[in-house]
Design a protein around this ligand. Structure first.
Ligand code: KIV
Ligand code: ZN
Length: 519
């Protein structure tokens, strides 16, 4: 039998705020990033990669502020191999209790030839120089071989040797394009540990992308081969098909401790909440059948399964919903519920709101309870997450009034507050949503085009809140805004405005330069 003391610790490195934010369509405001960082810290994540400081003023600010508020985790800033990148990361991390600089350069033939236009010697030199430079700022330096899994093995070993020799403490092995398989990834980690001098002095880390749907399997294979850090994101968001999903890695290790004797620091009861927050902030819905956090992950539909579950839950459940923060019996609130009950409910759901935010959320809860007989957990989650998201937007929807019906030309009357100034208009449209979106475009002119408009119900019943998602595209940048309200048309207006706010954030990001050299 495996006891806790036989379990080897695995560090969880979360990159939701960096690689996750690089997902096409995902953009987070500054306040949203801080909220997520606080939750990751509370959840027990060991390292939070808070951003890529040189990539934009917004990322620099996020890393700076997150460094100040995080209590337990190490805070990490990404940088290419250039000195300017590294210095900027070092600067942003100044306030962190445990700062880590993560510097990387491509090592595969295809990246070196076409992206870097650098030969092997130049890359080796850049590895040494970048790690040495980063060590001027902190003792905790992570070095990554971008596209490691398509790198010539001998060259990968030489690069890792130089990185360790220059002072790297963590060696990350990214499967940047999600090309590897579990056996191959196991072999790469094993090879590095066996062949590179002083490999036992550093921690090896996995960073697997999900292009072939193998990110979690590859990461676990890396752990079995001796990696002791896993890089991952909430809901598996990230470039293209995403990264390894944090919740899947953590629960796989927890549930299958019998054959994978490893432990993490994660408080798994916060997984569901983190998933909802990230989905809400990015506007990326979580697929119903997503492992661990999907809506159906603990639902049983077939009669045979339901019968088995009634006899003994272990017939069809390998983990308890409560372990990941899903509560099957939810105490409903109604319009007679007071502050005390509301606060208890928020706490049970894992929300801790400061006084002002609590009062705002309570007021919105009361409004909702006036319109809706039963207020479910899902309603409260939508309401509080919405509060967090809307609370700090630069453009806000102050009021909206829509008239529509058979034989009527739909109209929208709207007031937006832009940089503190109220702007009002009345517009006509082909339909009510068209009228609303026209009003927003008139009040805040922009060139972004609408890519997606989607409505889903938060709970069942005709009085359910509607969640509306709006995706906008501008010069190749896409963002998704989201909002919930019992009034579907108001939710459409809020969601459009939320998407515009995200576009403002995204506009600020620079396209990264192609060249990665130490100078
Ligand atoms: O996928 C990747 O290679 C990366 C590196 C920057 C670590 O995200
Ligand atoms: Zn990545």
């Amino acid at each position: 039998m495996t006891t806790n003391k036989d379990m080897q610790p695995i560090k969880i490195f979360d990159t939701t705020l960096r690689d996750g934010e690089q997902s096409p369509g995902a953009a987070m405001t500054h306040e949203e990033k801080l909220q997520i960082a606080e939750l990751l810290d509370e959840m027990g994540v060991d390292v939070i990669e808070a951003g890529f400081p040189i990539s934009s003023q917004g990322d620099f600010r996020a890393v700076t502020e997150i460094s100040k508020i995080v209590k337990n985790a190490s805070v990490c800033g990404l940088s290419r191999a250039g000195f300017k990148d590294i210095d900027r990361a070092g600067e942003a991390l100044k306030g962190a209790k445990r700062p880590r600089i993560h510097t990387f350069i491509s090592t595969s033939p295809v990246h070196m030839k076409h992206k870097l236009q650098m030969g092997e010697n130049a890359v080796l030199e850049a590895v040494g120089a970048s790690v040495t430079r980063a060590r001027n700022f902190t003792d905790d330096v992570e070095w990554s071989a971008e596209d490691a899994t398509r790198t010539v093995p001998d060259f990968l070993c030489r690069c890792v040797e130089v990185a360790i020799h220059s002072g790297a403490t963590v060696i990350n092995v990214p499967d940047t394009v999600g090309y590897s398989t579990p056996q191959e990834f196991f072999d790469i980690i094993t090879m590095l540990r066996e062949r590179v001098p002083n490999a036992d002095k550093v921690i090896f880390s996995t960073h697997c992308h999900n292009d072939l749907g193998l990110a979690v399997a590859n990461s676990l294979a890396g752990v079995l081969a001796g990696a002791r850090q896993v890089e991952c994101t909430i809901n598996g968001i990230g470039e293209r098909a995403g990264n390894a999903a944090l919740e899947e890695i953590v629960m796989a290790l927890k549930v299958r401790g019998d054959i994978m004797p490893f432990s993490t620091n994660i408080n798994t009861k916060l997984l569901s909440r983190a998933s909802k927050m990230v989905s809400n902030v990015t506007g990326f819905p979580v697929q119903y059948n997503k492992a661990i956090v999907g809506k159906n992950a603990f639902s049983h539909e077939s009669g045979i399964h339901q019968d088995g579950m009634l006899k003994n839950v272990e017939t069809y459940e390998i983990m308890r919903p409560e372990d990941v923060g899903v509560h099957s019996t939810s105490l409903m609130l109604g319009k007679l519920s007071g502050r005390h009950a509301f606060r208890d409910k928020l706490e049970a759901m894992g929300y801790v709101l400061a006084n002002d935010a609590f009062e705002d959320a309570f007021r919105r809860f009361k409004d909702l309870a006036d319109k809706k007989k039963h207020v479910f957990d899902e309603d409260i989650a939508a309401l509080v997450d919405d509060e967090i998201v809307r609370g700090h937007d630069a453009i806000t929807l102050k009021s909206i009034r829509v008239q529509t019906g058979t034989g009527l030309k739909p109209t929208a009357e709207m007031t937006l507050t832009v940089a503190g100034e109220d702007r009002s208009i009345r517009t006509e449209g082909d339909g009510p949503v068209d009228a609303i979106f026209k009003a927003v475009r008139e009040l805040y002119p922009h060139a972004a085009t609408l890519q997606l408009f989607q409505i889903s119900a938060v709970t069942e019943g005709t009085d359910a809140q509607a969640t509306v998602s709006v995706r906008l595209e501008e010069n190749g940048r896409t963002v998704t805004g989201k909002a919930s309200d019992t009034d579907t048309l108001a939710a459409a207006g809020y969601a459009y405005v939320n998407a515009l706010n995200k576009l403002l954030v995204k506009r600020e990001k620079q396209a990264p330069e192609a060249l990665t050299v130490a100078r």
